[in-house]
Write a protein that binds this ligand. Structure first.
Ligand code: FES
Length: 575
């Protein structure tokens, strides 16, 4: 049993427990809020970092859930305070929430540092909110539990189950091909998002929530609970109870986030058929924890773990089904011989103890290692002269014929160029062409948006083509699918070789061999490089200028160079 903290060891003691003029100000202001000495004396102050907003419908319930967390904190003898943070609503924030992930991480860290906070419950779920919150909590170093927002209920249209994103792309192509009417399209619009909560396919949200649980940063089972299920507020209250003890135990994130915990998380990611976005976020989170991590670890682990979760886009069902099948604890129990069961978690117990009683109830939904959904890996990292620092593809979501392919490129200089061209009926394109999008990366887009699932040209859609090779330095939504090669590093905007691809160049992709090659002679590439002019930075001022000056490339996790390094920051002076 580790020694427990005493009240005078709490961070908040410096604000609330000493006898100074400033303490008078703090306590009189707490009384202004209707609190009395009994509410705060000798209690850990728990910050509830809430990413609720009126434009983030994945987080609509988090306002109410903060009250559930507070209930738990009060019950366990803590003093809860709610602190709002940037919401990062995936559908509404432009040009991309990825532009702002690090801003949320900074905000989380500084909210915790500048206030009298002893421990934190982090409320988020919509894609970048999970890594943003956790990166900030790691860097701040106070005990923290992540309480994931949970997925939406299944979508429904004409008796068919609809999945977020995945079915939007599918029916959009049907509409472009003239196979569904505007009226039907409007019905789909009304049926695809039936409740609050995150996307309910294996998108980035479900992936990152599962990864957080596998890392040990959530209560067991928390990541699979649908947002609208009554188990969800119960989980939030339990997180509130648990964080109080975590403060007394001084159970900080870096005690949980070990190399073995990250390996567990990557194994779970593979078994979930998780989003390629997770690679960037996991690299960033691990580096915040002071651990070496790069994309190759994903590639290594992907060769040993097949996809077990029968959830779209790699499978056919949704996160609600996954919950009924036993949720993440059951999937981890299925993988238990591949996991390090001794890793510590926020419960103060090990992964092995947390999953001991877990069972798979629906074996078609959570498959066994002997009967996977797909033996194609969830992630492959390719390198070659087109991507010297690497790029990624999700083989399990691509047509197998495209995993070894050579064809001529059609190169687009930016998104608008691409969007115009793919609608042209006279575009010279065949299913063997390879679409190449430039300027979709961290600096170039900017913000590395989810443009990587380039639309199949209209002419081919009409002919029934549903997949072709596509290459970009952008990301792809986890709800997307297809033979999309993403995260090409270095990006074209900074002079990566992608910048020099021209229409007609032959490109060869060999996923089993982990190679990507631009068949252009070195001398010709050198000539193109010499003729290339670096574009002007995208932002003349403001946050965007700071972002452009400090953002790292995809293989580095896209963190800011001044946020990634370790180093203790002094506690604020209180005068
Ligand atoms: Fe929020 Fe997909 S839009 S999780």
């Amino acid at each position: 049993m580790p020694p427990r903290k005493k009240p005078e060891d709490l961070r908040s003691h410096r604000w609330l427990g000493v006898n100074t003029l400033r303490t008078f100000t703090h306590l009189s202001r707490l009384r202004q809020g209707g609190y009395d000495a009994k509410d705060w004396t000798d209690k850990p102050v728990i910050g509830i970092i809430n990413t609720w907003s009126d434009l983030n419908f994945c987080h609509t319930h988090l306002r109410a859930r903060a009250e559930d967390v507070k209930r738990g904190v009060w019950e366990a003898g803590g003093f809860p305070v709610e602190l709002p943070a940037l919401s990062l609503s995936e559908p509404f924030v432009k040009p991309s929430t990825m532009l702002y992930r690090n801003l949320l991480a900074m905000e989380t860290e500084e909210l915790l540092r500048s206030h009298p906070i002893d421990g934190a419950v982090l409320l988020g779920g919509c894609d970048k909110t999970t890594p943003g919150l956790i990166m900030g909590a790691i860097s701040m170093g106070v005990p923290a539990i992540y309480a994931p927002a949970g997925p939406q209920l299944r979508g429904n249209w004409h008796g068919q189950v609809l999945g977020s994103g995945t079915d939007a792309w599918k029916y959009w192509d049907e509409k472009r091909a003239g196979r569904i009417t505007d009226e039907e399209w409007a019905e789909i619009e009304g049926g695809i998002s039936r409740s609050f909560g995150t996307c309910m396919v294996m998108g980035t949200a479900a992936t990152m929530m599962a990864i957080s649980e596998a890392l040990g940063m959530t209560l067991p089972g928390a990541s699979s609970i649908p947002a609208a299920d009554s188990a969800h507020p119960r989980m939030c209250a339990a997180a509130g109870r648990r964080i109080v003890d975590m403060v007394w135990e001084d159970l900080t994130p870096t005690k949980i986030l070990t190399p073995a915990a990250f390996d567990n998380a990557i194994r779970v990611h593979m078994a979930m058929g998780g989003s390629t976005n997770a690679i960037i976020h996991v690299v960033a989170m691990a580096r915040r924890a002071g651990l070496p991590m790069d994309m190759n670890r994903f590639d290594e682990i992907s060769r040993e773990i097949p996809v077990l979760a029968n959830v779209r886009p790699s499978g056919s069902l949704l996160m609600e089904d996954f919950f009924y099948a036993g949720g993440l604890r059951a999937l981890m129990a299925e993988l238990k011989h591949k996991l390090d069961l001794s890793c510590l978690t926020v419960t103060g117990k090990t992964v092995g103890e947390n999953i001991k009683s877990a069972e798979v109830y629906l074996p078609d939904v959570i498959r066994s290692l002997n009967n996977p959904v797909s033996s194609a890996e969830a992630t492959a990292v390719l390198t070659g002269n087109l991507a010297p620092r690497g790029c990624v593809i999700k083989p399990s979501a691509a047509e197998p014929r495209l995993l070894r392919h050579r064809g001529p490129a059609i190169a687009f200089e930016d998104y608008n160029h691409m969007a115009r061209e793919v609608e042209r009926d006279d575009l010279e394109v065949t299913p063997d062409h390879i679409l190449v999008l430039k300027n979709g990366g961290p600096k170039g887009a900017p913000g590395m948006p989810e443009w990587g699932m380039l639309p199949i040209p209209k002419k081919l859609v009409k002919a029934g083509v549903r997949d072709m090779l596509r290459i970009s330095d952008a990301r792809m939504s986890g709800t997307s699918y297809g033979a999309c090669i993403l995260h090409v590093a270095p990006e074209s905007f900074v002079g990566g070789p992608l910048a020099f691809v021209q229409t007609g160049d032959e490109i060869e992709v060999d996923v089993p061999g982990r190679r990507i090659h631009l068949h252009v002679a070195d001398e010709e590439l050198a000539r193109r490089r010499a003729a290339w002019k670096a574009p002007e930075p995208r932002y003349p001022r403001g946050y965007g200028a700071m972002y452009s000056a400090h953002i790292g490339q995809a293989d580095e996790g896209c963190d800011f160079d001044f946020l990634a390094p370790l180093g203790a920051i002094p506690e604020p002076e209180i005068h």
